[in-house]
Design a protein around this ligand. Structure first.
Ligand SMILES: Cc1cc2nc3c(=O)[nH]c(=O)nc-3n(C[C@H](O)[C@H](O)[C@H](O)COP(=O)(O)OP(=O)(O)OC[C@H]3O[C@@H](n4cnc5c(N)ncnc54)[C@H](O)[C@@H]3O)c2cc1C
Length: 372
């Protein structure tokens, strides 16, 4: 059986009974579908399969095409794991990667703070050596996606109290199960649901750094390049599915006969094609300082415009909800409304559009640095 057939067969037989998101992660892990491309020593792998780049693309394509659920283990698999593979010690890779590959360990990302979002170097959370080789972490993080479910968190914190800006920061790993030392407060959104959180650390114990004490900025920036770039390839295929649905809705509602809507749909298609080529061209490349920012700028705006189109082509149904909103219950959204509202965040998370433009201006075009 070729690889694509194997993927399709597995997804087809498992998708009808997708359990809760956490169990789904374990099912994926048990079947060897997490960390499929991770390397290892002597033919071994820290994850599963040692799939080629082409096979990884096939898995991502088929997963998106099958309309399988969004992955709860995304942060561990696609952000933490490549970071550990690049900057971690052998011992750290052996300890942390297999539980992620089994779908057992869920991670969250503790970067942003009130006052340190775009300006990440303004981080004030501190990590003080506690005399046992570990650190006591104190401070507040915000917008921490999935922290309410995560088992572990990677945290950017200041280990040198006299340092400023991007100096003296460390990339720390900590266990989220520390009652009394870690408090997670979900942030209730306009929709009534809570995807992200405030996280308060009060002397939380972090046992290790990645990349060594004081090198956190380098590691954190390496991880952000992954968040903005290569890991978005699978997303493109999901985008193509979403665009297909918007086109079908436009045909069904008659909106496709409007020349302005037609032109906008065609533009979305052409831009998606460009994005896919950019993602493929830069797949696996490093050292191109503009590529991740270009990718982020392209897809963030594209997805927002698709969300706008999705509600527009639905006509009146795009504005009205199937359920009346009440203060007690989450707002019931149609898929088009969901796309519209949630895509507002696409130009913010992983670094806002303005920040991507600043990176391209300074590192690619050589324009003068922004005044501080
Ligand atoms: C859905 C979602 C999930 C997220 N998940 C996580 C997570 O899991 N972990 C985590 O750590 N963070 C997460 N974030 C936080 C995200 O990284 C920050 O929101 C983002 O970096 C922007 O920071 P901020 O919200 O503090 O806005 P600010 O930095 O206050 O920016 C406000 C506005 O000012 C603009 N601006 C700021 N500085 C400049 C400048 N120098 N030049 C021009 N314009 C500028 C920005 O572009 C923005 O429009 C998430 C955010 C969202 C929306």
């Amino acid at each position: 059986m070729d690889f694509r057939t194997e993927v399709r067969t597995w997804l087809r037989s498992h998708l009808p009974d997708v359990p809760d998101p956490r169990t789904w992660e374990r099912e994926l892990g048990q079947a060897g579908w997490i960390g499929i491309g991770w390397p290892g020593d002597d033919g071994e792998t820290y994850g599963n399969r040692r799939a080629t780049l082409g096979e990884q693309v096939i898995w991502a394509e088929e997963y998106a095409r099958s309309k399988a659920p969004a992955r709860m283990g995304h942060i561990g698999e696609n952000l933490l794991a490549p970071t550990l593979i690049t900057y971690g010690t052998e011992e750290q890779k052996r300890r942390h990667l297999p539980p992620v590959a089994r779908g057992e360990a869920l991670w969250c990302q503790g970067y942003s703070e009130p006052g340190a979002g775009s300006d990440l170097a303004g981080i004030r959370t501190t990590a003080t050596p506690d005399g046992t080789g570990a650190y006591a972490v104190t401070g507040q993080k915000i917008w921490t996606s999935l922290a309410q479910d995560a088992d572990f968190c990677f945290v950017l914190a200041r280990t040198d109290p006299r340092s400023t800006r991007h100096h003296g920061l460390s990339f720390l790993l900590l266990d989220m199960d520390q009652p009394g030392r870690i408090e997670v407060r979900p942030i209730r959104q306009l929709t009534g649901t809570s995807e992200f959180n405030e996280v308060f650390f009060d002397g939380a114990r972090a046992t290790e750094t990645v990349g060594g004490e004081g090198n956190g900025w380098r590691v954190a920036m390496g991880l952000l390049a992954l968040e903005r770039g290569v890991s978005t390839l699978a997303q493109q295929i999901g985008f193509a599915e979403e665009l297909d649905r918007v086109v079908a809705a436009a045909v069904a509602s008659g909106a496709a006969e409007d020349p302005v809507i037609r032109a906008r749909l065609v533009r979305q298609w052409a831009e998606l094609d460009t994005m896919r080529r950019h993602a493929l061209r830069t797949l696996g490349t490093t050292g191109d300082p503009g590529a991740p920012s270009v990718a982020k700028l392209l897809w963030g705006g594209w997805h927002q415009r698709l969300g706008e189109l999705a509600v527009q082509v639905a006509g009146e149904a795009g504005a009205a909800g199937p359920e009346p909103w009440t203060a007690r219950r989450p707002y019931e959204l149609t898929p088009a409304q969901h796309l519209f509202l949630f895509s507002r965040a696409d130009t913010i998370y992983g670094g806002s559009d303005e920040i991507q433009r600043n990176i391209i201006a300074e590192r690619v075009l050589g324009l003068p640095r922004e005044p501080r």
